[in-house]
Design a protein. Structure first.
Ligand code: NA
Ligand code: NA
Lengths: 327, 160, 429
């Protein structure tokens, strides 16, 4: 497009609280860097949410906001190609997982243009879901009949395969439900359990190497707003986006997860590590999920099996490259 | 003719909106009860959402026809005896109501089209969302018409 | 900032022209949003907000609690509550007005709406007061004031809306309303006693009931106690969420109404339809407020106001006094629900930044709404009564609420000085 050296103010509709780590530690410092890198020509204006969390991708696509952060699983079946990162046993280290995720998505899925109408600035995972429970089942068979809150479809499939009863509810109801014993547990990442003060209601957590699942977060800018920015400034923003953004944001999450895990132990929660025989059992039960994803993603015109193989190899490669452990 | 169509439509909407509120009540109660036996109603949360929305939109033409929208009636006391002024106020108020409902209905219809195109669905209860947005759009159009033909007197009985 | 002020002026003009509040907010919200980001985006925002505000799980409590109140009304429990209260206090000067306040407070425990409470009490209490030669001002004033308790004593539609707007725990808000609700009823009784002392002829004493009659009347209260116990006790005892409590409560109310044989198929459908119509008006004001709020948001009004206030550099308590004064003034001219919806998105972040407790502020705001419901020129409870008691001039009614507004101001002062009145019960949950 035509390069305009105009000043652009981007309206960022932000549905997480202004005090949330996403706002304070990730988006706002990033926006400041964008402003500096473009010598003040591109400014980002943070606004309280202009719609529901789940609506944010479409709000950007339709020009209600210029930019937004969103969560893929809030729009089930809308972004099937991103779902491989939600599969079990990937990587607990948010940085390793996110970088491998980004590289795989760029290489295999970018062409399918799932985020049509917007320019994808980055996608990452905040951590891994582990299983938190009120009472302590001793073995995997004890999970049978456990009432579990599920945030999305893939986790629903996981809990079904483990014989649990799934109850779907918004995160805002989760605290109410666990404190009142309406649910017996939930799949959750460490920092959410700490942030929502749920430790006293869930004294047990079961950890599988690589986690049971993960949720995928992303940041987009509308094509319309993107095209108002001059090519030079676009390049400056690109340098701060993609893998650079993914590493930067995921590192903050990884640090929080480490701190949160320490807090969980400090709060006296019992960690049951799933290993050996029971881990093999768990693998056997959840193995079909990967093939189900390959079949589904295959219909979208990507080589899903190759992508999955690449992603799994990349998890180890990135861990080595960054000198960090995978879990 | 138009009056009898309107009356029949009103009865139909009355029954429809009543059915939806019954659904909300029994899904909510049923979910609590069944949960005790570890058998929650699948997708109760989504069914409730849809039922609340359908109930509200189905009731909207009735509300408009009965002229039960809450409004500030400061001026009516002052202008009660000035007939031409009452008519002006009435025409402006009804005109704006009809335009707003017509436009909102049009946008809700487009939202339904988008739901349809992206395959938006209530995932746990397993049904598509597009028809409910289209329904909302049609109800807004009916409300636009109802706003034009509603009786001039104002009933105001609902609030918090 | 400028564009937001122009929009506010247009909004008030439309309201003056009797455009329904929901429609006026929609029109100005869409128009204002379009002036900043264009009509297609504004139209999308409006449809998205309308669809998602209405298709809401959290808000399903509104129709359910309204249904519960409407069903209980069909069961004619309100009349028995009034008779019960009358047996105990009817022999006092102003006894019927005191009985109105007591039974209004008890009816509030199963009805979430102030206007419904006022309308119900008006139908029941006014004929008796007329018979005993009560002054119309005292009669309608006590009914209108007793009605306001509907949104303070849980369940409460106003507290639900506040909870949804500010993402505050609705269960805790409900529990927090119990003590201020009882306090409000006590102060209203004080207002009746004070006013009948000043004007002894305004509320003559009735006859004294025997203890046998009193004991008999006690039985009728059972249904309300059971229902309130299940709903509020269930929330307090962590048995279910407020949303689920509403489902259980409405089925309970249906059972009571059926058991008392007060329901035909026809009246059942009438009740359901009435409930839907009442809910739809509330939901559409919510939709309008949401869309108007989005415009105010994009226009940068909230941020501008906050920096303006920060520039004032006043201590927190002085800011709170200013906020309360603002609500009292706005409450005179604005309908209560719209006042809540128009102000909370702007005021709430400010209140939080000043370090006040969200639950405490919710109760303060609802008390201020109670005042707004009875202050002229726009006092919805009084308007409702005018529909129920067409013989009494509006002026006379507004004159009658004076002592009750005074009681509310004393209540606000107490809640300000002793936040524990609000926070003690939810703190125990
Ligand atoms: Na109440
Ligand atoms: Na008022």
């Amino acid at each position: 497009g035509q390069a305009l050296a105009e000043n652009v103010t981007l309206r960022f509709s932000n549905w997480v609280p202004p005090t949330h780590t996403l706002t304070v530690d990730m988006f706002q410092p990033w926006a400041k860097d964008v402003e500096e890198a473009t010598e003040g020509r591109v400014k980002i204006q943070f606004l309280p949410a202009l719609g529901a969390p789940a609506a944010h991708f479409d709000l950007v696509r339709n020009g209600v906001a210029d930019m937004a952060f969103a969560v893929h699983s809030y729009s089930p079946d809308r972004f099937p190609l991103t779902e491989f990162v939600e599969l079990p046993f990937t990587a607990e280290n948010a940085v390793v997982n996110s970088v491998a995720y980004w590289r795989t998505y760029e290489k295999f899925m970018a062409g399918a243009n799932e985020h049509k109408g917007t320019h994808l600035l980055g996608l990452w995972v905040p951590g891994s879901y582990q299983l938190f429970t009120k009472t302590g089942p001793e073995t995997l068979d004890d999970l049978d009949g456990l009432r579990i809150r599920i945030p999305g479809t893939l986790v629903e499939e996981i809990s079904t395969k483990l014989g649990m009863v799934s109850i779907s509810s918004p995160l805002t109801e989760a605290y109410d439900q666990i404190s009142r014993g309406i649910i017996d547990g939930m799949f959750q990442d460490y920092s959410t359990v700490i942030d929502f003060n749920m430790t006293e209601h869930m004294p047990n957590f079961f950890t599988a190497p690589g986690g049971f699942s993960a949720s995928s977060q992303f940041l987009v800018i509308s094509d319309r707003a993107w095209n108002k920015i001059s090519d030079a400034d676009k390049a400056a923003i690109d340098a701060l986006s993609g893998e650079a953004m993914v590493k930067r944001f995921a590192q903050i999450w990884a640090d929080r997860n480490t701190a949160s895990l320490a807090k969980l132990r400090e709060a006296g929660l019992t960690q049951h590590m799933i290993e050996g025989e029971s881990l093999a059992q768990l693998h056997a039960k959840l193995e079909p999920l990967a093939q189900e994803w390959v079949a589904k993603a295959g219909t979208k015109g990507v080589d899903a099996q190759a992508a999955l193989d690449f992603y799994r190899a990349e998890l180890d490669a990135v861990a080595e490259e960054l000198g960090q452990s995978r879990n | 003719m138009i009056r009898s169509v309107a009356a029949n439509l009103r009865t139909a909407l009355w029954l429809l909106t009543s059915a939806f509120i019954l659904l909300i009540m029994f899904v909510s109660f049923g979910d609590v009860t069944m949960r005790t036996f570890a058998k929650p109603i699948p997708g109760a949360y989504e069914v409730t959402e849809i039922a609340v929305g359908a109930m509200v939109f189905a009731a909207l033409p009735i509300v408009t026809l009965k002229n039960e929208h809450v409004s500030v009636t400061l001026l009516s006391a002052l202008t009660a005896r000035i007939t031409w002024l009452r008519w002006c106020v009435l025409i402006v108020s009804r005109g704006i109501t009809a335009i707003v409902f017509a436009y909102l209905g049009y946008r809700l219809w487009l939202l339904g089209n988008e739901f349809n195109a992206t395959g938006a669905a209530a995932i746990f209860a397993d049904f598509p969302l597009a028809p409910f947005a289209w329904f909302a759009g049609v109800m807004c159009w009916l409300s636009a018409v109802a706003g034009l033909i509603a009786a001039p007197e104002h009933h105001q009985q609902q609030d918090i | 900032m400028t564009i937001a002020l122009i929009a506010l002026a247009i909004l008030f003009l439309l309201l003056l022209l009797e455009v329904p509040i929901a429609i006026a907010m929609l029109a100005v919200g869409i128009g204002g949003f379009a002036s900043i980001v264009g009509l297609p985006a504004a139209g999308y925002m409006a449809a998205d907000s309308a669809y998602r505000t209405v298709h809401s799980y959290n808000l399903s409590v509104i129709p359910l609690f309204i249904l519960m109140g409407n069903l209980i009304n069909r069961a004619e429990i309100s009349k028995e509550l009034f008779d019960f209260a009358y047996r105990f206090v009817g022999h006092l000067r102003g006894g019927l007005a005191i009985a109105t306040v007591i039974s209004g407070g008890m009816f509030s425990a199963v009805c979430g709406s102030s206007l419904a409470t006022a309308a119900t009490m008006g139908r029941i209490a006014y004929p008796s007061m007329k018979r005993y030669g009560y002054d119309d001002g005292l009669a309608s004033g006590s009914i209108a004031a007793a009605g306001t308790l509907g949104i303070m004593v849980p369940p409460s539609v106003a507290l639900i809306v506040y909870g949804v707007l500010t993402q505050t725990d609705i269960g805790k808000l409900f529990i927090a309303g119990v003590v201020p609700g009882i306090l409000g009823a006590l102060l209203y009784i004080g207002a009746v006693m004070f006013s009948t002392r000043v004007h002894p002829n305004s509320g003559p004493a009735g006859e004294r009931s025997s203890w046998g009659e009193r004991f008999n009347a006690l039985k009728s209260v059972g249904a309300v106690v059971v229902l309130f116990g299940i709903v509020i006790g269930g929330i307090y005892g962590n048995l279910f969420t407020p949303t689920e409590a509403a489902g259980v409560g409405s089925v309970g109310a249906l059972a009571i109404t059926l058991w008392r044989r007060k329901l035909t198929l026809r009246s059942f459908f009438e009740t359901l339809g009435e409930t839907a119509v009442m809910s739809a008006t509330i939901f559409f004001i919510l939709v309008g407020a949401q869309i108007f709020g989005n415009f105010i948001n994009v226009a940068g009004f909230t941020a501008a106001l906050q920096s303006l206030v920060a520039g004032l550099d006043l201590p927190a308590w002085a800011m709170m006094m200013l906020i309360i004064l603002l609500y009292v003034v706005l409450g005179c001219v604005l309908e209560s629900m719209s006042m809540l919806l128009l102000t909370i998105p702007i005021i709430y972040p400010l209140v939080l930044s000043l370090g006040f407790d969200p639950i405490w502020f919710g109760i303060i705001v609802v008390t201020l709404i109670e005042i707004a419901l009875i202050t002229p020129p726009v006092g919805m409870n009084v308007y409702i009564l005018q529909g129920v008691l067409p013989g009494v001039p509006l002026k006379r009614m507004f004159a009658g609420v004076g002592y009750f507004v005074l009681a509310d101001i004393i209540r606000i002062a107490l809640l300000l000085l002793l936040p524990g009145l609000v926070l003690w019960l939810p703190g125990l949950m």
